[in-house]
Ligand binder design. Structure first.
Ligand code: SAH
Length: 213
């Protein structure tokens, strides 16, 4: 049996997570490190998983979906080069943890989720936590959010088959940055910068995400 952890134990684990999993692996964006120390990741999980909330791996959030590994959240956020004036589109709200990270740094976040149950839970959680700069949409992220485009930054937290969905490139501002896992079995985390209407992409690291449906 595991004992229930206290708030101060969870905070210690959170600080240790940032040091051991994130700083040590080379993430240095100060905003990213600060928000990962601040946001109570365990609150984005069922209480039965709180003891594992700061472990170095993804965790199940039901409906065959996962909350990403903390390092991957940090890396994808750093790759976006987020600033306080950015309007960000996120595809795959999931638990809402990555959404909170984005919303703490950027000016506005527009997040799209296809599964209603996950969206409802994430939405009420983020509203209870006091976030007022997040807009939620239920639907297929391949279409983006045309009414709110263009976006300074786009983050996709489920894997696209072989290509970046066309609507997402279209909805990115010129000079904007998009981060997305691409591939069926062997996925690669891709960073794209939009120049003259098309994406110039760079491969970063191999990753494993659930596929976009
Ligand atoms: N950022 C989330 C990761 C969730 S996993 C977190 O850290 O919790 C990927 C999410 O993408 C799941 O919630 C899944 O339901 C959602 N998803 C899958 N296909 C989608 C699609 N076509 N449009 C929008 N969301 C999708």
């Amino acid at each position: 049996m595991t004992e229930k952890k206290t708030q101060s134990q969870l905070q210690d684990e959170r600080f240790r997570m940032v040091q051991d999993q994130i700083v040590r692996r080379g993430i240095h964006d100060k905003n990213v490190l600060e928000v990962l120390r601040k946001i109570q990741r365990h609150l984005f999980l069922p209480e039965s998983l709180w003891a594992e909330a700061y472990d170095d791996n993804p965790l199940s959030i039901g409906w065959n979906q996962t909350i990403s590994q903390p390092y991957i959240v940090a890396l994808m956020t750093e790759l976006l080069k987020l600033g306080p004036s950015d309007r960000v589109l996120e595809i795959g709200t999931g638990s809402g943890y990555q959404t909170a990270v984005l919303a703490d740094i950027a000016s506005e976040v527009f997040t799209v989720e296809v599964l209603e149950a996950l969206q409802q839970t994430a939405k009420s959680r983020l509203q209870e936590l006091g976030y007022r700069n997040i807009a939620f949409r239920l639907g297929d992220g391949h279409q983006g959010w045309p009414e709110e485009a263009p976006f300074d930054k786009i983050m996709v937290t489920a894997a696209a088959g072989e290509h970046v969905p066309k609507a997402l490139t279209e909805q990115l501002k010129e000079g904007g940055i998009l981060v997305i896992p691409v591939g069926q079995f062997n996925q690669m985390l891709i960073v794209g910068v939009k120049h003259h209407g098309s994406l110039e992409t760079t491969e970063t690291i191999p990753v494993r995400f659930v596929p976009l449906v």
